[in-house]
Design a protein around this ligand. Structure first.
Ligand SMILES: C[S@@+](CC[C@H](N)C(=O)[O-])C[C@H]1O[C@@H](n2cnc3c(N)ncnc32)[C@H](O)[C@@H]1O
Length: 408
């Protein structure tokens, strides 16, 4: 079947209309004529796969990675990098309009200084034989020798990790987190609680945690490493979240901090992780608080303020859904939100609409759909002033953005 791609939509697939149905085709570009194999058909929708690109877009390039279209990791490597960022900008604007009911142009788009070798954290899968990443749309593992989006230090570790996995068939996953200036940490996930000989790995890593499923069964060395961003050196534990694009971490911090109003008195950093935004925020207001569900991230955040002699910050280990009272108790004038893909819980949005002291919300989002939904709900009392795109995930369709909303 021959179709013409109209545009790239949220999720990174090309959209085309065919026989009254909307078809989604990955690995395509607008205006391309593509021969497609239909994989799944429903009443109004179909999913296809490109068999042959008959008329190529001028933005199409040869993918760098030899596993492209097999490995489930990247889906934008066939697109020139400048065009990737442009497509993300258009998707963000379209999503704000469609879901958020707001017409707003993206004010600023920040590309990654290097669109390859940017990931400081990689989760390798192992199936007893193959070591690498899940194949596209399956739980089968593609065996790899290198990954073009992982940073060089991680690539250099692949032969060692692969060898270790091959000697330990009970290994299911190996997670490496590699800061630029410090030793990496390793999380070894086993199918079941059993012995693994990590002697040969001990010198390479600051710490190694061994897990059976979600439960840590052993720790060798330290449970954390350190990651320097600007003036601050952050402790990051094996179980704590940290931003993955090493070229964009300082940029995202600068963009968030630059939006804090000059006369702020009290600021909340909601979903604060190890305190990436909280530490620089502490210099911008009298009182600062952070809310975060992960025990290890809160411990890191507490350690991080202490070693930097910061005395005006308090952290709460709590799920945000149950934190309305904490937020209200502070009467903050500014709130930073950086939620997971699900966005801000509805009960919290309702409370924000009633919070008289609140003048500005800085919303960092990794999911334009939920952000647009939340911005729409907030529009009763808050106006969207700025929308910025920061490309944290080059070569993939994932979109990271920062929104600034002010009380009307
Ligand atoms: C996208 S990360 C942002 C962390 C931090 N702002 C940063 O940039 O490093 C989201 C954080 O929210 C935390 N989290 C996820 N669900 C949560 C919830 N329901 N309540 C509180 N924190 C949650 C995660 O542990 C993670 O640290």
């Amino acid at each position: 079947m021959k179709i013409i791609i109209e545009k790239i939509v949220f999720g990174g697939k090309g959209l085309s209309k065919f026989n009254g149905k909307v078809c989604f085709i990955p690995f395509t570009l607008p205006e391309e004529v593509v021969e497609v194999e239909i994989k799944e058909e429903k009443k109004n929708i179909c999913e296809g796969f490109p068999v042959n690109v008959l008329e190529k877009s001028p933005y199409r390039i040869e993918p760098k990675c030899k596993y492209y279209m097999q490995c489930g990791g990247c889906d934008f490597q066939h697109i020139k990098y400048e065009k990737q960022v442009k497509i993300k900008k258009e998707i963000l604007e379209e999503t704000l309009e469609r879901i958020g009911k707001i017409k707003k142009n993206v004010d600023k788009a920040i590309p990654s200084e290097n669109p390859f070798n940017y990931r400081n954290r990689v989760q390798f899968k192992f199936d007893g034989q193959n070591f690498g990443f899940y194949k596209l749309k399956t739980n089968e593992v593609v065996d790899i020798e290198s990954c073009d989006i992982a940073e060089e230090n991680i690539n250099n570790l692949i032969p060692t990790l692969k060898n270790f996995a091959k000697n330990h068939p009970q290994v299911e996953e190996l997670h490496v987190f590699y800061p630029p200036e410090n030793k990496p940490t390793l999380k070894i996930v086993l199918k079941e609680n059993s012995f693994v000989d990590i002697e040969s790995l001990l010198n390479t890593f600051a710490g190694i945690g061994i897990y059976a499923g979600n439960k840590r069964i052993k720790l060798e060395g330290k449970s954390f490493t350190f990651y320097r961003v600007g003036k601050f050196n952050y402790r990051v534990s094996i179980d704590s979240f940290f931003q993955v694009n090493k070229f964009q971490i300082e940029n995202i911090v600068d963009e968030v901090i630059s939006e804090i109003p000059k006369n702020s008195q009290c600021i909340g950093d909601i979903y604060c992780g190890v305190g990436l935004f909280t530490l620089p925020t502490s210099k911008k207001a009298k009182k600062v608080f952070g809310i975060e569900a992960s025990k290890s991230a809160v411990k890191d955040a507490q350690y991080n303020v202490k070693v930097h002699n910061i005395g005006n910050v308090k952290f709460y280990q709590k799920v945000v859904e149950k934190s309305a009272d904490i937020i209200f108790g502070y009467s903050p004038d500014t709130l930073i939100f950086d939620p997971p893909r699900t966005g801000i819980p509805k009960n919290i949005i309702q409370k924000l609409l009633q919070l008289k002291s609140l003048k500005r919300i800085i919303y960092v989002s990794c999911n334009p759909s939920t952000a647009a939904r939340d911005i729409n709900l907030l529009s009763e009392k808050f106006e969207l002033k700025k929308a910025k795109l920061i490309d944290m995930f080059p070569q993939t369709h994932h979109i990271e953005s920062i929104f600034v909303l002010d009380k009307i």
